[in-house]
Structures are given as structure tokens and as C-alpha cells.
Design a protein around this ligand. Structure first.
Ligand code: LLP
Length: 426
């Protein structure tokens, strides 16, 4: 897999395709996505929880080919914008397998979701209930879930920690907001409340927070049953499952999370005497991150204040994660056997900011020089999907590799025409 690139020296192949060959053919920076790996990871989630619904979080990375892969592997799709919905619709993704999220859904998001007939809309604020109900025109009610705030701190970076109180997502169980939302939805015949959702955060490295969330949510199901006499039949625990960015990073397998969640679900349902709801999980990163490799070419090398800076032709515009979350990566020289021993280097981008650092303190051969190709494993999630056009650099392409050494372009590199096309104020 792309996540397990061998030590430097010579070329590296992913799915039988030479990475340096891809750098030659498609230029750099380029994102390579191993189709078989994405599919295998999707299947691993389905196998880990055969009775659950696995919904891929499109925000990690989506393009039309990936919509197809996800559809063919039998997963659903978690989307949070009309744009993601349009990508799914462009490939005829079954709308009933789509879940729409968002703490601030625009009229366009809702219109598109209702027009396509998405399976679930997840309510994240009491103020959106009336507006959504007013838009529903279908013969039947729109199925909705409530995103509850369980009040669980699942670790991970503060900026992507969403299960604890004091941030913008979810309706608090503790403060009664979730229960108020239940009664409001029940008062709207255009909406059918089918279950509860929560998303604890991202890059969560142990199953424990999920087990705690299961207990809280099942307890809340029991409260809803006692108060309103209804048994909600679905529980969606969101995504957030960690991947290894560097060798040795903790990254439990899907089955480890699945077992812990399953055990706690049965135990809690027994204890609170509620029917076992159908489970949904929404992994994004854990399906695509390890299947992606970013390729860069070295543009310059310099020493400054005792440090070695290796500057490449991408940076925070294609991977904002180090700047945003202090994310750490491994970096490998590929394409030639390095002659020199390694030393510690900082791999930086080409953007006009001192904070444009891709990887701090990585071991690279001393003879790294302009023209060399560097590979950054585990780059398949939240890079291209969060890429910007900063400094009018053009966003990189995405190339798929699959068995027998085949590669194909999924998303082409932005070009000057793209840049000028939107600039209409002449
Ligand atoms: N479900 C919901 C409702 C979400 O908000 C998210 C991610 C997921 C599922 C998928 O989480 P995953 O399995 O991919 O961790 N840009 C950040 C990550 C933001 C995650 C936002 N929500 C990063 O690069 O680390």
C-alpha cells in the first residue's frame, strides 16, 4: 500500500506503477490514489460491521471516479454541500444512501438534497427544523436524524474536536437542546425522525470515546422512548478513525473500533431496555488517506541558522494540514538511490509564508538536490479536498493507479485558463 513506502533508494511502485514515472508523466505536485487500496479499505469497514451501514465521508476527498468506487463497494455517502451532492448525482449515486450534514445548510444545499431525494438529513440546529419542513414537497416525509452533542472529549486536535461542549456542532444532550429538537421534529408531519447522530472528532486513536458515545446516545434513546413513546431505530456515530501518517502512529484497524462499538451497543441496549438500533459509521480519512501519495519536486535546498530547508513545488496550498493542525508527515526521496547518509531536514513549500512547512524534522539524504522527487505517504484525505489557489498556484491533479501498472487521470491540474476564467472583472 501507499502507506508503507519502503526506505529511500531507487524507485517505488504503487499498484505496480512507478511513482517517478508518474511524476514525469503528470508533472508535480501530483496526488496519486491507489484505487485497490481505497476499495480494500471500504470493504474492510463493511466486513468489520456487516449489519451496519458504512457511509464514506466525501469531505475527505471526492471526485466522480471515487463516487463510483464507493457505490460499487456498497457504501453510502456523507455529504455536506450542494457541490458534493452534485458530484454524487453526476454518477447517479443512489440518493437513498446519501446523508446530508452541515451546521449551516444553505437554501441551495437543501433544495439540491430534496430534489435528489437524499435518504437522511441531519438536523444540527433547532432553527433549521421549520425551514426544512416548509421545503419538503414529496409525498412522504423527509427522514431526518438529530446531531446530538454527547459532551465527550475524544482527543485529537482541538480544531477538529466536535464531541465536546463549547463548539458549533450538535445539539447538547446535557443542556436539553437535543430533547427540544425531538419534540419540534415530532410536531412536523413533513419530517420523520429516524435516529440520532454524533461525530466526536477526527483522527481519534482509540475505540474508547466511541464506546462512551454509544452509552450516552442509547441512554438518550431510552429517555426519548420514556417521554414520547417512540423507539428511534438508527444510531450514526460519525467518523474520525485515525490513520498512521508516520510509521508507528497509532491507527487501530476498523475491526478494533467495530468490536468495541458493537459490544457497548448490545450492552447499553440491554441495560436501558431499548431495541438495538441500526448502526451507521462515517469513515472518511481511514478509507482514503493511506491510499494517497503526494509527489513533489525539489526546487531549492538551503541551510539557515543551522537548519536544512528543502523546498518543493507545492506546499500549504495543496496540504494545509501541517499549518492548520500541526500535522506531521514522513517524506521519502524516490527515483534514485541516495549516495549520502541522511540528516534532519525541514521540507517546506513554495508559498510566501514562514509557516508553509510540509514536514518538520524528517530524515533525508544529505545529497538531496533540486530536481529530486519526494513522496509524502498518507496524503489521500483532506489535502486535495482542502486545496486552495493561494499565490495563484494551480491545484494539482489526482491520478489513480490500479492493478497491473495502470494509471489514469481523475482530476486534471488547474491551468492558466482556469485561473483567468473566473476573473471576469475587466
Ligand atoms: N462525519 C462527519 C459528520 C464529519 O464531520 C466528518 C469529518 C466525518 C464524518 C469524517 O471524519 P474522518 O473519518 O475523515 O475523520 N480537515 C481535518 C479533518 C476534518 C474532519 C471534519 N469532519 C483534517 O485534515 O484533519
Amino acid at each position: 500500500p501507499a502507506s508503507a513506502l519502503p526506505a529511500p533508494g531507487g524507485d517505488i511502485t504503487v499498484a505496480g506503477v512507478s511513482l517517478t514515472g508518474l511524476a514525469e508523466r503528470y508533472g508535480t505536485p501530483t496526488y496519486v490514489l491507489d484505487e485497490d487500496e481505497v476499495r480494500a479499505r471500504a470493504r474492510a469497514w463493511r466486513r468489520a460491521l456487516p449489519d451496519a451501514e458504512i457511509v464514506y465521508a466525501a469531505k475527505a476527498f471526492l471526485c466522480r471516479a471515487v463516487v463510483d468506487w464507493i457505490e460499487e463497494e456498497g457504501l453510502g455517502l456523507d455529504v455536506c454541500s450542494a457541490g458534493e451532492l452534485e458530484l454524487a448525482a453526476a454518477r447517479g449515486f443512489p440518493p437513498e444512501r446519501i446523508v446530508l450534514h452541515g451546521n449551516a445548510k444553505s437554501p441551495d444545499d437543501l433544495r439540491t438534497a430534496l430534489r435528489l431525494g437524499v435518504g437522511r438529513i441531519v438536523i444540527d440546529a433547532e432553527s433549521e427544523i421549520a425551514g426544512l419542513a416548509a421545503r419538503v414537497e414529496g409525498p412522504g416525509p423527509q427522514q431526518v436524524m438529530i446531531r446530538v452533542l454527547p459532551g465527550i472529549d475524544a482527543g485529537g486536535h482541538r480544531k477538529i474536536r466536535t464531541g465536546a461542549e463549547g463548539q458549533k456542532f450538535g445539539l447538547s444532550i446535557a443542556e436539553g437542546d437535543a430533547e427540544d429538537a425531538v419534540s419540534r421534529i415530532l410536531g412536523r408531519p413533513q419530517l420523520e425522525l429516524v435516529g440520532l447522530h454524533c461525530h466526536l472528532g477526527s483522527q481519534i486513536t482509540t475505540p474508547e470515546p466511541y464506546a462512551r458515545a454509544v452509552r450516552r446516545l442509547v441512554a438518550f434513546l431510552a429517555r426519548i422512548r420514556d417521554r414520547y413513546g417512540i423507539a428511534l431505530r438508527e444510531l450514526d456515530l460519525g467518523g474520525g478513525f485515525a490513520v498512521a501518517y508516520r510509521p508507528g502512529d497509532p491507527a487501530p484497524a476498523p475491526v478494533a473500533y467495530a468490536r468495541r462499538i458493537d459490544v457497548e451497543l448490545l450492552r447499553a441496549c440491554h441495560e436501558f431496555d431499548v431495541p438495538v438500533p441500526r448502526l451507521t459509521l462515517e469513515p472518511g480519512r481511514s478509507i482514503v488517506a493511506p491510499a494517497g501519495v503526494a509527489l513533489y519536486r525539489v526546487l531549492s535546498v538551503k541551510r539557515s541558522a543551522g537548519r536544512v530547508f528543502v523546498a518543493v513545488d507545492g506546499g500549504m496550498s495543496d496540504n494545509p494540514r501541517p499549518a492548520l493542525y500541526g500535522a506531521r508527515y514522513a517524506v521519502r526521496l524516490i527515483g534514485r538511490a541516495a549516495q549520502a547518509p541522511t540528516h534532519e531536514a525541514t521540507v517546506v513549500g513554495r508559498h510566501c509564508e514562514a509557516g508553509d512547512v510540509l514536514a518538520e524534522a524528517v530524515e533525508l539524504p544529505r545529497d538531496v538536490r533540486p530536481g529530486d522527487v519526494l513522496a509524502v505517504p498518507a496524503s489521500g484525505a483532506y489535502h486535495v479536498s482542502m486545496a486552495s489557489g493561494y499565490n495563484a498556484t494551480r491545484r494539482p491533479p489526482v491520478v489513480a493507479v490500479a492493478g497491473e501498472g495502470r494509471s489514469r487521470l481523475l482530476v486534471r491540474r488547474e491551468n492558466v485558463e482556469d485561473l483567468l476564467r473566473r476573473d471576469v472583472g475587466l
